[in-house]
Structures are given as C-alpha cells and as structure tokens.
Design a protein around this ligand. Structure first.
Ligand code: SAM
Length: 247
C-alpha cells in the first residue's frame, strides 16, 4: 500500500472535526435501524468494517457478545480505544486484505460510505470479495453508501464552516468520465492555510453494485433510501443494502 494514497491522510485528526455532524446521536439511530432490520442474536459474531472511532461499536457492544472493529487509521483506532467504555477487539488493516479466516462472521457492517476508495474497480470489488469470504453462509452484509443518483447534484459545490478559530472549506467535484466524487478540504487558521487533503469515492450505480454483489455470492435482500426505512429512490439521501451470503 502506498502511503501517499488519499485514504492514508484523510482519516486523521481533522476527520472527526470536518465530519462533526456524523456523531454518536446519528450512530445510535443507525444502530437502532440495523437492530430492527437484522436478525441480531447476542451470540453472533459481528464485524464493523471501517469502524472509524467506534461510534457504532459503542451502541452495538451491549447487544452482542463478539464484536470486532476494523480500520486502517491508527489515529481513529486510538480514539476508539479511548472512546469505548469497554475493551473491544480493534484491528488495524486494509479492507482488501482482511486478517480473518473464512466464514468468521455472522454479520458485517459497513457504515457511512466506506467503499469505493480505490481507483481500480478490481480493488473495490476485492473489498466486497473479502466481506463475502469472512461471512458465514446465510450471513448478512449491511452496506450504507452514498446515493449514486444524487451525486451529480453536488458537482462543484463549495461549503465553508467554522470550528473554533479555524475555517474549514470543502470543495466537491464530480468527474463523470472517471465516475469519481472528489472533495478537497482546506483548513485555515487566521487566513493561513494550515492543512489540506483530498477524499475520493468511486461512484457505482445500483446496477453496478448489484452485479458486484452477485459476483461475490451476495444476494440483495432489501434496499432502503435512508435510516427511517424509506424505500430507495433516485431522490433518497442514501443507498442502504442488506445482502445475504449464499454459497
Ligand atoms: C467515512 S469513514 C466512516 C467511519 C465509520 N464507519 C463511521 O461511520 O464513523 C471511512 C473509514 O474507512 C477507513 N478506511 C479508509 N480506507 C481504508 C482501508 N483501505 N482499509 C480499512 N479502512 C479504511 C477510514 O480510516 C475511516 O475510518
């Protein structure tokens, strides 16, 4: 893995600040949604893939006996260690190379657009292949992605927010040829630029995701458009898929 890859820089100390609105309150609602839609049992084995600082793990741990958080960011994993009230297994690694044996988990959760980070399709597909590999037969994959049908609407959007003495500017671009959503983040202190980095997500249509899932023995059971359980449409804020592993 190349340390210059954008995802090795974007999930550091500024990430929880830039995404302050992606907080524990939101995570609690999302976990409640997952609990209501999935057939959770206390003795099941659950993997939170790309767990970040553990905001979902926090609400999941009282519900299951075997919970693992996995992420690449050492910064966020350390933050998770401090944030979580009990010791939960937190493992560092790359989604393309999961260090778990075949059929280790009953449920794999992938919250908040933690997919599409690689330039090459085959690398993104490898992430799903790994999910399928570690899932038991009939196991569940919960996949929460941006709504590809909404992406063109945010083309060339620029936003600004203030955090303490800092100004955070975010510029978004959609490259139709590459099917890539790119965001540049600039952090200023007293008009001086102190940090900038990029984020990139490969935008896959629902049809493309469906064919990736089926190529990896995952059948789509349900599709939602948000965490209220509304059906998915082109106007939905999210694309949420519940998949089942079928050998
Ligand atoms: C958008 S954040 C979502 C975090 C968490 N699911 C949440 O909702 O708070 C994406 C996460 O993916 C992790 N990540 C990025 N690239 C990764 C990779 N190649 N392998 C494993 N994790 C990765 C980041 O460190 C980050 O925590």
């Amino acid at each position: 893995m190349n340390n210059q890859e954008w995802y090795t820089n974007a999930f550091e100390e500024w990430y929880p600040i830039v995404y302050q609105h992606r907080d524990e309150k939101e995570a609690q609602q999302q976990v409640e949604f997952v609990l209501s839609k999935l057939n959770f049992q206390y003795n099941q084995k659950i993997l939170d893939l790309c767990c970040g600082y553990g905001r979902h793990l926090f609400f999941l741990y009282p519900k299951v006996s075997f919970l693992v958080g996995f992420d690449l960011s050492l910064y966020l994993l350390k933050k998770a260690q401090n944030f979580l009230p009990i010791k939960i297994s937190l493992i560092r690694g790359d989604v393309r190379y999961l260090p778990f044996s075949q059929e280790s988990f009953d449920i794999v959760l992938n919250f908040f657009t933690s997919f599409g980070y690689f330039d090459e399709d085959k690398e993104n597909i490898r992430q799903i292949e790994q999910v399928s590999f570690v899932l038991k037969n009939k196991g569940t994959f919960f996949f929460d992605y941006l709504n590809p049908a909404q992406v063109e609407k945010i083309t060339n959007m620029e936003t600004e927010k203030i955090y303490q003495s800092y100004i955070i500017k975010e510029k978004r671009y959609y490259n139709k040829n590459k099917n890539e959503l790119k965001k540049e983040v600039f952090i200023y202190l007293n008009t001086q630029l102190i940090k900038s980095y990029i984020e990139k997500v490969k935008v896959y249509s629902l049809d493309e995701i469906s064919s990736i899932f089926s190529s990896q023995s995952l059948s789509i059971q349900k599709i939602y458009g948000d965490y209220n359980g509304e059906p998915y449409t082109e106007e939905s804020p999210r694309l949420i898929i519940i998949g089942e592993k079928n050998e």
